[in-house]
Design a protein around this ligand. Sequence first.
Ligand code: NAG
Ligand code: NAG
Ligand code: NAG
Ligand code: NAG
Ligand code: NAG
Length: 560
Amino acid sequence: MARNVRSTFLYVVVSIFIFAVLYHHFLRDTTNSAVISATSTFSANYAIHENLTNAAAAAAPPAHTILTPSPSSLISTTAVLLPDWEVLVIVSPETTPSNLDNFTCLFDTNEVSPARFSGVLPFPDRATFNCVLPVRTRRRLPFNQPVLLKSPINPPARNTPAPPLLRWSYLVYDSLTTEDDVVLFAKGLNNRQGINREPTEFKCVFGDDVINGVKTAVTTSIQEVFRCKRPELTAVSSVGGEPEPLMRVSLEIVAENRVVPSVAYYTPPRKLETKGRKSLLCAATMVYDVTKFLREWVLYHSKIGVEKFLLYDNLSDDDLGKVVDELVKEGFDISTYFWRWPKTQEAGFSHSAIYAKDACTWMMYNDVDEFVYSPNWYNLSQPSKSLLHPLISRNSSKVGQISIGCHEFGPSDQQVHPIMGVTQGYNCRRKYENRHKSIVLLEVVDDSLLNVIHHFNLKPGYKTRKMNINDMVVNHYKYQAWPEFKAKFRRRVSAYVLDWTQKLNPKSNDRTPGLGFSPVEPKGWPEMFCEVRDNTLKELALKWFGIESDSGYKMAWQRC
Ligand SMILES: *[C@@H]1O[C@H](CO)[C@@H](O)[C@H](O)[C@H]1NC(C)=O
Ligand SMILES: *[C@@H]1O[C@H](CO)[C@@H](O)[C@H](O)[C@H]1NC(C)=O
Ligand SMILES: *[C@@H]1O[C@H](CO)[C@@H](O)[C@H](O)[C@H]1NC(C)=O
Ligand SMILES: *[C@@H]1O[C@H](CO)[C@@H](O)[C@H](O)[C@H]1NC(C)=O
Ligand SMILES: *[C@@H]1O[C@H](CO)[C@@H](O)[C@H](O)[C@H]1NC(C)=O
């Protein structure tokens, strides 16, 4: 007993000693190490003082704040807590870290975690890093923003208390300015499916002065998309360039007298670039690690008339940029937009409908594993860029959207990704169509930008034309060889299921029958979902894209 007490005592003394040493160590000020600190005035205004009454009181900086070491060593950041304890650290746009390697997040619990560079948010450009919230930090609220350090050794003292982490569940995360309004993308305001708050409940707030700053009326509020009038500001230059100074934009909830935290900026109008003229038909899709599939999808669709491709990149880490650059060099028109927000496919599509409106007349929304074709093309010896024109010619002027049914293909006995491509490798499918994909006339998309599962609401008077599956179909290579399927469903980029490892919604139409909840290859996977042999597109694509060589056929998209 006595020994226990003594050893406990010893333990406590030693712990205190170690703690003191570490504490001293961490607080030592070394002004020459590069520090990125979470002192952005914006996050102070918006995050800490969501309540405007409090913001008024806090407008002047407290007198006791000890101010900054040399400004050159300081770069400000804002950090957002994402699902799965991921912390997104966004570097302020005024700052460009010279070197993106070897950063560390230091939390106010003195815990650190590596900060991985994770892409540049557009409009304005901002470098982002990802850290994981350390386990001990998770135990105590509030969760505060980390500082970004070049090296965790000898970090300088923090000058101001860390502001709380912004929450992904309640955040204005992106914005897009058009000629006449501003579109904001926000989480946490219209949460209940099908129930949206009135636009009059909100106002757009421009700039950091949330009390006397410029505010404009919100005109639509649906799902995560809000639109409001542009403010009349002399500061916003209309000729390129950023507004001076850069200005945040957010939403005020009028009745609650508070402003939603925001990482979005008000910039001059942004549009997808055109190469001189408006394209008749473009394709937009959300991508994650699709490099392997992209060439086949782009080559195929550009031969049947898709002129331009817009990829919303969901944090790909498989060299998407390199493949896109190669294809662009070969003459394909492809743009990427960095869209790293989790579970925001609909909002991304809404974004594309505005962003691409002046560059594309029609937009096809299909994924990189989905190929549109008509069985009626079977006897054509060559593809043609006008093959889809009968669908999208405006002679039936009230048609604003074409809806095309999907056939879902199974692994078709493949064990690995077929080297000749998905159109050649997968030829066995389920019998009945499931889901539809659409081609949309962008100028008649409803102002709310509302879309559900790849279909948009249209302006009054316009209708959707449903194609007969025998005239037009999407081959969806959904259940691929096991290694591919597993990788895809892990990331769930296509959002078929909420989370296939969670036992939610087990009867969902979208769930993979027989798969259960663990990423273990189900018995008999290669033969599953095989009800109908369907070689139509396989043979058509071989005829159109096959190149005869000594060792048989090679497809135009095969690299070696
Ligand atoms: C980052 O750290 C690694 C491993 O410590 C080192 O090899 C590399 O040179 C560092 N990079 C930079 C840019 O400091
Ligand atoms: C804002 O703060 C004031 C003063 O602290 C308080 O009276 C008011 O209820 C708060 N409003 C909200 C919406 O939290
Ligand atoms: C992007 O990937 C993340 C992580 O896998 C996923 O949770 C999210 O839903 C994806 N985003 C979109 C827009 O599909
Ligand atoms: C293709 O040509 C064959 C032979 O002329 C004919 O029997 C078949 O119906 C044609 N298929 C289509 C889809 O036009
Ligand atoms: C539009 O006209 C073309 C011929 O110019 C025709 O082939 C096509 O079927 C028509 N489309 C509709 C929807 O009527």
